[in-house]
Design a protein around this ligand. Sequence first.
Ligand code: UD1
Length: 425
Amino acid sequence: MQKLVIEGGVPLEGEITLHGAKNSTLPILAGALLCDGRTVLENCPRLTDVFAACRILTHLGCRCRIAEHTVTLQMQNLRTDTIPEALMQEMRSSIIFLGAVLGRTGSCHVSYPGGCELGPRPIDMHLEALRQMGARFLIHDGQLDCSAPEGLHGAVIHLPFPSVGATENIMLAAVLAKGRTVLHNAAKEPEICDLAAFLRSCGADISGDGAGTMVISGVKQLRGCSYSIMPDRIAGITYLGAAAITGGTVCLRGTDASPMDNMLPVLEQMGCRIYPEPDRLHLLAPRRLRPVASIRTMPHPGFPTDAQAIFMAILSLADGVSVLEENIFACRYRHVDALVKMGAKIHVSGRTAVVTGVRSLSGACVTATDLRGGAAMVLAGLAASGTTEVRRICYIDRGYEAIEQVLRGVGGRIVRMETGGSGEL
Ligand code: UD1
């Protein structure tokens, strides 16, 4: 078990190179299962979730080589249509393989995903959509057995909520299905467009991604291609947030403003100055941050739930009262106790969190509760006086590549240690 030890109070300054998006790498890796021949994915982040997805691919019979940020996949026929429970449990988003395996082989056996750190994780929308496309399901002893005896076919599907995972599963199932799928109320996240762009590069016929109604006409075959993953907008906003909370100046390379244009205006409201360039963003933080009247998490293009904890940490040091409202996940305020332990003033009532800014935070020993909550604790630690220890950082490693090295590169005093170990800052 490892922890991060942070000596706070240093304004971050310098350049950060942003890694590729976890949330598009995972469905794109699943999409590679549908392609014959070789797929080369560039700009893949080196994250535990990505390695877990590669282990699932290898188990299914796909040759998978990881060299730095390039993953090369060589697909022949699938060796099996079953993903063992141990592999399914390694990564919460492993359900994304369902649509791809089903689309490729006409059957799939996986363990049923339980709840997770963000609350219950139902997959009813995934299953209902796949059912409309000709799939049948048997659920027993925590197992999900799926088959499409006649093969999958196109359908007109209306999602009751624009679920990211359900949209991806439907896309993966529809690209090789017989006929046309029309998906209404599809998720519009940039990572959905990245998956669609990858599948199009492989020969898929998809239109309307990012617009709410997607039309997918099944093709006979997809062929592997070379594709570069989009930048990780949530890691990007986390690093800009680290500059904001420490009163620093950071240049974020490897992205333009567009993937973050639903979050950057909030940093600007807080008094940060942002200078976008075609392949980088500069952020200059004010001496004191201003509060934000209301941040409501919503499906894209609304404010992303994945950035809620990050902004809560930053706003805990603003000059006044900010209100956040979490509308996507039931249990997404689990980081609040840690921030309060560090001196933040936060009151949660149902979906709403009222953050009353304080003059300073103080270092404490805290435990990451989930990926973004853990990152929020790191940001608070960078700004706090004294030493902060963040434990259970396996959550953070799921979404940030070598976070301590990135932050040290811009002057952060942060090291990774074995729990119980000691080291120099
Ligand atoms: C994805 C992202 C995650 C992000 C989330 C929302 C990945 C790997 N993860 O997760 O980082 O926080 O989108 O932007 O891309 N729901 C149902 N039934 C379903 C499916 C979802 O009720 O069948 C509910 C969920 O419980 C949740 C909400 O819909 O309350 C949103 O979930 P969804 O958009 O599916 O998120 P994920 O794809 O799991």
